[in-house]
Design a protein around this ligand. Structure first.
Ligand SMILES: C[S@@+](CC[C@H](N)C(=O)[O-])C[C@H]1O[C@@H](n2cnc3c(N)ncnc32)[C@H](O)[C@@H]1O
Length: 511
């Protein structure tokens, strides 16, 4: 309280004020020092509370809201966002960061509303509404539009939905075909922030319990080092053909081909020659082939009754890999175990870089279900999107078979240096960057020359490298897997960075 008085200069007689807690940066944040520095630059370090006076003018409470939001943006930066954080880091960084920041501000305003003496209730209410309006505006600005394809029949999807509902699924979404993404989930009514778009009972989740209860478990558990995901994959290859399976309608609703990068044909692969994406796909496929060959044909030969060879071909294995890569979710169960699961019906939710559903994947111990709550509103008739994670477009193409429509903030090229990195630190602190990177622009629909400048940590690193070499031009070699390129850094900055743009999307669509 003393601190508050000092901060606001209030006397005891003028107590019509409310304390607002500012978003807090925790010491266990992996980027604590870097974020602390950014907060200091914002002149906010050390300050944990602000005072809202009942006499505050609109511009004063808006300023407080702005400070809270700027602070929340910094605190909610993830590694990539922080790495590329330039001078405008206090403003909009990414849809994910903005949603997280706005929700943390709303949480703090709500806790003041519930704990306070209500002298400033109406002002808190205005701040609360303003933060919700910003969430709404974010969706209007960067949300994706969907064209529903009504001509396609959704018989299988409807049967699955009926089965789900009769087994306890609650949903405010309907499944239909959408342009460019197969099936998608459309809101049947206007959904607000906090509404549960979908709720799936745990009993419908496909996970390790299904393998454990099956006749293949006694054989699989004897295989040295086999992971539970691999067991599930092998189980699903057989279960998909089981006419009496509990999940029959689920398996029937799955596509015959997933068309992820893992099953790209020869022409698509040739079109990717010289790109990191080709390297990523080839490496992933080689890894899967090795895994397959470690198991087959040996397991079919030793247990032909449980593992019939005709169900365990390479093609079927690849199909199951694509199923698990593109459709599984990691769910945290009450016992504290993170399990990879297939989640019938919720598996129809498509991905967006500005999703409606950001936080999901924890079981509710009371309802014994997995819930999908909305972080931003979704109007009736709009497609409701999920976040699959902060993935680059090359990862999404390789493992999910699509590229996001909007600019993807996680399109980056990791760089490996052939110069020492031990000097790469800030103000004597050890470097916390796992890797240096540049923005990948090759998937962007912007055909102009990119001039992002270099990210501050990379620039810092290069300046140090320059300092440790002669006055002559410094040649630094960057290579990322097979994607090898050189830049000659004339000692003048900023550098215009134009990463080789390849027409990946055309190659993908034509194959
Ligand atoms: C979990 S499933 C979602 C349901 C899927 N659309 C279907 O019809 O089964 C993931 C797959 O949906 C597709 N998908 C998801 N988000 C997409 C997007 N934003 N654009 C295009 N396709 C998308 C990709 O094929 C991805 O592998």
């Amino acid at each position: 309280m003393e601190a508050d008085k000092e901060l606001t200069g209030l006397s005891n007689a003028e107590t019509k004020s409310s304390i607002l807690f500012l978003p807090e940066l925790f010491e266990d944040d992996p980027f604590f020092q870097k974020k602390k520095k950014l907060l200091e630059d914002l002149s906010l370090d050390g300050q944990e509370i602000m005072s809202l006076k009942s006499s505050s003018s609109p511009s004063q409470w808006k300023d407080i809201l702005d400070i809270m939001l700027k602070r929340a943006r910094i605190i909610n930066l993830n590694e990539i966002e922080l790495y590329f954080a330039g001078a405008d880091v206090y403003n909009f960084v990414s849809p994910r960061n903005e949603l997280e920041a706005l929700h943390s501000v709303i949480g703090l305003v709500e806790s003041s509303m519930s704990s306070d003496k209500h002298e400033v209730e109406s002002l808190l209410g205005l701040m609360h509404k303003a933060a919700f309006d910003l969430i709404h505006q974010l969706g209007e600005k960067v949300g994706e539009e969907t064209r529903v394809v009504r001509e396609s029949s959704c018989e299988k999807e409807n049967s699955l939905m009926q089965w789900g509902k009769s087994n306890g699924v609650n949903t405010k979404l309907e499944i239909t075909y959408v342009e460019g993404a197969g099936r998608g989930a459309i809101a049947t009514e206007n959904l607000k922030v906090g509404d549960i778009a979908m709720e799936i009972p745990l009993s419908l989740l496909i996970c390790d319990k299904d393998v454990i209860e099956s006749d293949m478990f006694p054989i699989l558990k004897k295989i040295d080092g086999i992971e539970s995901e691999t067991m599930l994959l092998l189980w699903s290859m057989k279960e998909k053909h089981n006419l009496h399976s509990k999940y029959k309608l689920y398996f029937e609703s799955l596509p015959e081909a997933f068309n992820t990068g893992l099953s790209f044909g020869v022409s698509a692969i040739m079109g990717l020659d010289g790109t990191i994406l080709l390297e990523e796909i080839v490496q992933a496929k080689e890894h899967l082939r090795t895994q397959y060959e470690q198991l087959f044909p040996a397991i079919c030969e030793s247990h032909p009754d449980i593992f019939p060879a005709e169900l365990y071909t390479w093609e079927q294995f690849l199909w199951a890999c694509e199923l698990w890569y593109s459709n599984s979710m990691k769910i945290m169960f009450d016992d504290g175990k993170l399990r990879t699961c297939l989640v019938p019906i919720a598996g129809f939710l498509n991905h967006s870089t500005c999703p409606h559903i950001l936080h999901y994947g924890k079981t509710d111990p009371v309802t014994k279900s997995v819930k999908f709550p909305l972080s931003r509103p979704c109007n009736a008739g709009d497609q409701c999107f999920l976040s699959y994670g902060n993935f680059s477009s090359s990862h999404l193409l390789t493992f999910y078979g699509f590229m996001p429509k909007q600019e993807n903030p996680y399109d980056v090229i990791p760089l490996d240096f052939d110069i020492a990195t031990d000097e790469d630190c800030v103000d004597g602190e050890p470097c916390e960057w796992g890797t240096h990177m540049v923005r990948g622009t090759w998937f962007s629909k912007n055909n102009g020359i990119f001039n992002y400048g270099l990210p501050p940590p990379l620039l810092d690193h290069l300046r140090r490298a320059r300092g440790s070499t002669s006055k002559a031009k410094t040649r630094v070699m960057f290579y990322s897997k097979s994607f090898l390129f050189f830049i000659f850094i004339s000692l003048q900055f900023p550098v215009i960075w134009h990463v080789n743009q390849l027409s990946f999307s055309r190659t993908y669509h034509s194959c």
